[in-house]
Write a protein that binds this ligand. Structure first.
Ligand code: ADP
Length: 291
């Protein structure tokens, strides 16, 4: 799969004045792509269209040159890990995988090899004969990836993946996705900036159905460079300062407070600092609200 090309995509739901997706054009290349946006931004709508579960009102999508209208062909290229993934609690890991491989029409002669390879890749071989309900949240998410990859897709789509995972599981899960993204497209949809930090090559930011930004995480940070500041204030000035500036961090230090904040104008009394990805994301939203 060389790329996914989305051109002028619009989705209107019946009876809604504002479109859920508003003329989105986007090019997604091999590697990890982070789809970032608040609740209601349009992420799930875009994912439902990409997985062929819903259709756009207008616009086109091609995956590796195949138009999205060719549903059967597209589906054979896609693996999907939905939000709140959970299945067959009383089945064993191996039975559930076998069942899903049959549904996905994996040829019988390939089945056992394919399943064992996937379970090894997500580090669940030891759990092959454990019941799914006995697995931890992190193990279940990894099993979710294994099932999403059972048809050996070129594109893996993962929706809000780290909800309910502890920090250690989050890291393991992220590393696993990075591995898979080496020769595939992995689309990771989330409202949590730290889900996409570090591992993501490219990011798209959706807000109210519009694509506010697409590019690398470095480019997103660059756009907020020179607009992120740090200052020490006496405690009693804090509330007044808050009314005029968007704070991103606040650390009490005795009678003063150290804060980081965003501003689109230069502030001569404050130090310019390097923005974090989170701050860059907030700055983008701030510009959008003001613009
Ligand atoms: P996100 O996944 O980023 O939270 P969604 O794609 O779920 O965003 O929602 C985008 C917008 O579309 C929201 O305003 C939501 O209310 C609306 N929407 C989503 N699904 C439907 C639907 N089936 N019918 C009507 N409106 C919908």
């Amino acid at each position: 799969m060389e790329s996914i090309q989305i051109h002028n995509l619009t989705k209107r739901y019946h009876g809604k004045a504002t479109p859920a997706l508003n003329h989105i054009s986007l090019n997604i290349q091999s590697g990890m792509f982070g789809l970032l946006g608040k609740n209601g931004a349009g992420k799930s709508t875009l994912i439902r269209i990409l997985t062929t579960l819903d259709e756009p009102t207008s616009g086109t999508i091609q995956m590796g040159g195949i138009p999205i209208k060719n549903k059967r062909q597209i589906r054979s290229q896609i693996g999907y890990l939905p939000q709140n993934f959970g299945f067959y609690p009383s089945m064993t890991v191996i039975d559930a995988m076998t069942y899903l491989a049959i549904l996905a029409k994996v040829p019988t002669w390939q089945r056992t090899t394919r399943i064992n390879k996937l379970l090894a890749a997500v580090n669940l071989i030891d759990k092959s004969h454990a019941k799914i309900k006995s697995l931890s949240g992190g193990m279940r998410q990894r099993l979710g990836i294994a099932q999403a990859l059972v048809n050996d897709p070129r594109v893996l789509i993962v929706d809000e993946p780290t909800a309910g995972l502890d920090p250690e599981e989050r890291i393991r899960f992220r590393n696993l996705l990075t591995d898979f993204a080496k020769n595939r497209i992995v689309i990771l949809s989330t409202h949590i900036v730290s889900d996409i930090e570090a591992t993501t090559n490219a990011v798209g930011v959706l807000e109210q159905g519009r694509l506010l930004f697409t590019g690398s995480t470095e480019q997103l940070i660059e756009a907020a460079t020179g607009h992120t500041f740090e200052i020490n204030l006496p405690f009693n000035e804090l509330n007044h300062f808050k009314t005029a500036h968007r704070l991103t961090e606040q650390i009490s230090q005795g009678s003063t407070v150290k804060i980081r904040f965003l501003s689109d104008r230069p502030i001569s009394t404050a130090h310019v600092v390097s923005p974090t990805l989170e701050e860059a994301y907030l700055f983008l939203q701030m510009q959008h609200e003001e613009g």
